[in-house]
Write a protein that binds this ligand. Structure first.
Ligand code: ADP
Ligand code: MG
Length: 247
């Protein structure tokens, strides 16, 4: 067998996919330069690692299931008066995930709650964390159907194994007593295991009505707010202020 083919075979068996695809180019480049054996081997290994981490990042990104892509660079800090640039910078350092702190963004529609949450989620993925994004509505659906739907089960498993879980839009749709209980069980199981970002258009005072039970709401809030940073995002809707009109 030709040596190049043999190398490709070995690379395949060792799961060195980058080497397998590009061994010809690697060798060609090495021939043209005055690389040492060390340089050459190091380059092959480094590029393999780089490809692996890129693929893992893409996998984490797909598994997170963001509904839209939002970047912090596109967030106009001056549009709102609640969060400062300094706070954003602190959040972007992601130390709060290691310390298992939760972030809660409360406020009316359009003030940037989802934008900030997704930006932080993307940043966390780039830094190597496992992240799950879900709307409250979808979370309820998955919790209720996890025994009968493989897709729901895998979403819940994914949530359980994430270091950061973003639960968007708590409070937009009414939830039943059974759903509130399932939500409490999930929150309990995640407590001190991972970080949560929760966004809601309802203040804590309205959560009892939302979850339908004072004791349950206290228990949920107790866990969520134990180690948490709360942002009350009052202010104008960015959507309304920046309405894109056709004419
Ligand atoms: P919320 O989740 O609070 O309802 P969103 O985060 O969905 O609001 O924001 C609504 C729209 O306005 C989105 O397209 C978002 O990117 C944009 N937006 C909101 N606040 C800002 C901001 N401060 N700078 C730039 N875009 C913003
Ligand atoms: Mg939103």
């Amino acid at each position: 067998m030709e040596k190049l083919t043999q190398i490709k075979e070995c690379a395949k068996l060792l799961n060195l996919t980058n080497l397998k695809s590009y061994v010809d180019i690697f060798i060609e480049k090495a021939d043209l330069s005055n690389m040492t054996y060390q340089d050459f081997l190091l380059k092959v290994l480094e590029e393999e690692l780089e490809l692996r981490s890129k693929k893992a990042r893409e996998r984490r990104f797909r598994s997170a299931e963001f509904t839209v892509i939002k970047k912090m660079e596109d967030f106009d800090i001056n549009f709102q008066q609640v969060i400062t640039q300094k706070q954003i910078n602190r959040l972007l350092e992601l130390e709060w995930i290691d310390r298992m702190y939760n972030l809660i963004f409360l406020g009316p529609p359009g003030v940037g709650k989802t934008h900030i949450s997704i930006s932080l989620g993307i940043k966390a993925i780039e830094a190597g964390y496992n992240v799950s994004f879900t709307t409250m509505d979808n979370l309820m659906y998955c919790l209720k159907t996890k025994e009968i739907s493989r897709r729901s089960k895998s979403k819940i498993n994914r949530i359980q194994s994430s270091e950061l879980i973003i639960i968007d839009e708590l409070g937009y749709l009414p939830i039943t007593r059974e759903e509130a209980n399932l939500f409490f069980q999930l929150i309990s199981s995640l407590h001190e295991q991972s970080s949560l970002i929760i966004t809601s258009n309802k203040g804590f005072e309205d959560w009892t009505e939302l979850l339908g039970d004072a004791a349950l709401t206290t228990a949920v809030l107790d866990r969520i707010t134990y180690r948490c940073e709360l942002f009350n995002m009052s202010g104008k809707s960015y959507r309304l202020e920046n309405r894109q009109s056709l004419f």
